[in-house]
Ligand binder design. Structure first.
Ligand code: GLU
Length: 478
């Protein structure tokens, strides 16, 4: 019988949640949920110098916003805790000592100076296993005298480590390429190299899902599993996410993190949906998928080996699909703060604006710029009236505006429908193309040629007084 899947998301609390990390977490979640398995959240905080205050809270809030629900973690005990590595210090030390007894590791007392002397002309330092040669007595003496030490992994000088990766297939790495890395640092804290193995074993992780940067160091971890006689987990390494063909999206430069996209006005569902597609394509090529659909469709066969390029334009497109499906009330809930920050409250009808914008924006943060015409109206160049497609010229626009002004002045019921009908009738009666009239009026009332809605929609929002004022003003510009 297949074992119940237990996988984990193991972020280091070093700042924002990068899109790459979130994708790792999402795939682990999808993989586990599809199999009724368990997702464990483990906080990898052994590199104390890199910890950023507030980063742990950010991990929780990001998972929550993303709709990823872990089953075990620091806040949900499943009997395999503690789930925070810094709280497991004693456990690592105990296992490191066992590993020494088993020959898989050794104490190293080398000084900083000695280690520095091992650096070659290219700046590469390879540890020479010096301390592996220490006698039992020398080691005991050093320990008794409190000489600072680290514990290093004892990697065989020869041989090859092989394993099967669920994405990359059979992987072989010559041990001669690997180093006797530090497993326990001089402050007693473990390194990732050790903690990940001990924890994955003790937490009964069946599938290790993580970034491809760990692909070639995995044989080192396997040596530790083997030395203890522990069963190795299955491995799934995930391709990198690229900024372009040759650069990885990097966390260091803050290229792409979840909260930035939320702040930019992306819907969390759209972000999650998009990152699911970064490196994976479902069999049926679907693009827009709910979390439930992602769980059902996720398959490792659809994961590519090569890096996928982060395409913000595609994410914006996907976001628009989500925005279009929002119930209007919900749309207004998201849009309101953007209206509030960009235009005078109560001066314009938010609902009417919302009706225009809900099918026309890709992300919410476009709103201020889209509606800037409401409060920013001033001198503009009459060349904006020129429109080749409808054969509108500036003089023609002037003529139209002069003639249509009295028509609008007479309108009693200032509604979009009525304005539309009147403008159409005006065009027909005066031998203009409809498009010429709408173009001239739209540029006149907006003071620009790109607007979020049609001429009469804008006029409806501006109101009669303001519209007439603007048309009169536009006429002074010719
Ligand atoms: N703490 C590691 C990281 O953030 C986790 C890698 C893993 O999943 O094993 O990269």
């Amino acid at each position: 019988m297949e074992k119940t899947v237990r996988t984990r998301f193991a972020p280091s609390p070093t700042g924002f949640i990068h899109i790459g990390n979130l994708r790792t977490c999402l795939y682990a979640y999808l993989f586990a949920k599809q199999r009724n398995g368990t997702l464990i959240l483990r906080i990898e905080d052994t590199d104390q110098e890199r910890i950023v205050p507030g980063a742990v809270e950010l991990i929780y809030s990001t998972l929550e916003k993303a709709g990823i629900v872990h089953d075990e973690g620091p806040d949900k005990d499943g009997g395999y805790g503690p789930y925070v590595q810094s709280e497991r210090k004693a456990i690592y030390m105990e296992y490191a000592k066992k590993l020494i007894e088993l020959g898989g590791a050794y104490y190293c007392f080398c000084t900083k100076e000695r280690l520095e002397s091992l650096t070659d002309e290219n700046g590469v330092r390879t540890y020479d296993k010096h301390c592996l040669g220490l006698s039992k007595e020398e080691i005991e003496e050093n320990l008794k005298n409190g000489v600072p030490f680290v514990i290093r992994q004892n990697i065989p000088k020869e041989g090859t480590g092989t394993y099967h990766d669920m994405i990359y297939g059979d992987i072989s790495v010559d041990y001669s390429e690997l180093e006797d890395n530090v497993l326990i640092k001089s402050d007693g804290m473990p390194t990732y190299n050790f903690a990940n193995v001990v924890d994955d074993h003790l937490m009964k992780i069946t599938h290790v899902i993580r970034g491809v940067e760990y692909l070639s160091s995995t044989p080192k971890y396997n040596l530790i599993y083997d030395a203890f006689g522990w069963e190795r987990p299955e491995y799934m390494h995930l391709p990198p996410i690229m900024k372009d063909a040759s650069h990885k999206l990097s966390k260091r430069y803050g290229d792409a993190n979840f909260d930035d996209f939320v702040r930019k006005g992306f819907l969390t569902e759209a972000i999650v949906n998009y990152i699911a597609l970064l490196g994976w394509c479902p069999k049926d090529n679907s693009e827009k998928m709910t979390m439930q659909e992602l769980i059902e469709k996720f398959d490792t066969a659809g994961i590519s080996k090569s890096g996928s390029i982060f395409d913000e334009a595609k994410m914006r497109w996907l976001n628009q699909q989500y925005i279009k499906e929002l119930p209007f009330e919900k749309f207004m809930e998201y849009a309101r703060p953007y209206f509030d920050q960009s235009i005078a409250k109560d001066k314009y009808d938010y609902e009417k604006l919302g009706k225009i914008l809900c099918t026309r924006i890709e992300i919410f943060s476009e709103i201020p710029q889209k509606i800037a015409f409401l409060d920013e109206y001033g001198p503009f160049d009459t060349s904006l009236f020129e429109h080749a497609k409808s054969k509108t010229t500036a003089p023609l626009a002037k003529e139209i505006l002069e003639k249509i002004l009295p028509v609008y002045e007479e309108i009693g019921e200032w509604t979009n429908d009525n304005l539309f009908a009147c403008s159409e009738a005006f065009a027909a009666a005066n031998g203009y193309k409809k498009q010429q009239v709408f173009w001239a009026v739209r540029v006149a009332v907006a003071g620009r040629d790109v607007t979020p809605g049609g001429a009469t929609e804008l006029m409806d929002i501006l109101g009669k007084n303001e519209t007439l004022k603007r048309i009169k003003y536009a006429l002074t510009l010719f």
